[in-house]
Design a protein around this ligand. Sequence first.
Ligand SMILES: Cc1ncc(COP(=O)(O)O)c(C=O)c1O
Length: 389
Amino acid sequence: MRERLSVTRRGFMEGMAAVAGGLVLSPAAARAAAVLERQGGGPAFTGRPFAADDYDSYAKLAANENPYGPSDTVMQAMTSAFKYANRYGYPDGNILAEIARFHEVDPSQVLLGAGSGEILTVATLALLAGGRKVIGVDPTFHTVYQYATGIHADSIRLPLLADASQDIPAMIRATRQNWRDVGLVYLCNPNNPTGRIISARDVKALLDGIPEDVPVLIDEAYHHFVEDPSYASSIPYVKEGRPVIISRTFSKISGLAGMRLGYALAPRALIDRMRPHSVASINAIVKWGGVAALKDTESQDRVRRVNNELRKKTAAAVQAMGYDVIPSETNFLMINIKRPVVPVIESFKAKGVLVGRPFPPMTNHLRVSIGTAAEMERFMSGFKQLFSA
Ligand SMILES: Cc1ncc(COP(=O)(O)O)c(C=O)c1O
């Protein structure tokens, strides 16, 4: 996949370098970047910006990225959109209407974000203001909790069950007990960092078990990798008019993490509550990339197939060495390494392999993203050196 992309990618990167070349961070932006970095949300979620040469030399298995990058058709769409780089107003490929059409919803039920991270932020700001509570599990993707803290809202974080699945009955109980104060229930499905799905039956049990006006944000960032037949997207609930917000991203299956595009689907009343908090910072180029990516199901199928094969192969190899893995339906895998992960992360880094940060309280687990076949070989070779008896 990488070879076939090289020509168009070069043209595109030259364009990006020209646009970015003159940028210097203002003191405020530098401070914000430092804060973000300390929170673990900095470059590549690994804590430190890299020099370009260093960066290229690493196997980057820390941030659940798509190692293949955007497909040919997406690259072509973005490259030809560069002619709008100097404009505020420009044709945008009708990205909003295209997303609406793809999911068979009304455009008023769609909100774009600069990555689905922005959607999580916007939902938090809209629904938790005034000290309302978010209910979810821990560990999960932390953006909602981080922003809740930032606006002095509380979170009720429930532990995962022993098999690392989400405790739906406990979430129902916590929501009922606190329902006057609950602004939002957050479900990450499949969950990051564990990779486990919540079955369609359990999602329904949750929605039917809580007061019907409590909004539920269902983060489907890894939806496209799932094969387990007991899982289903929760988009039909939006169409039924239930107070459900679905967040989706082009960062994972479509390989556009650095370009920043995601979206929410929700009933219009919820989108209208969220919209004032959106900063609409999406660039012209990725809008065209997103339109092309939506239609490029062939490349999505290819990425899913290769990723899932490599994930199963990696899981089997570490299991054969006596290490349990949590069943994952995503582009990452959590391995119980039976010892503290922090020094192991450093040992992998010394071998040129970046793996996921610690996810307390699961500090004896290592999260590894699924990279290319060559990157997974580097990971396995490091794993064998570190973990053979
Ligand atoms: C569960 C989950 N949601 C949302 C995001 C944010 O992704 P993005 O902002 O690139 O769409 C991530 C990123 O890793 C994630 O793991």
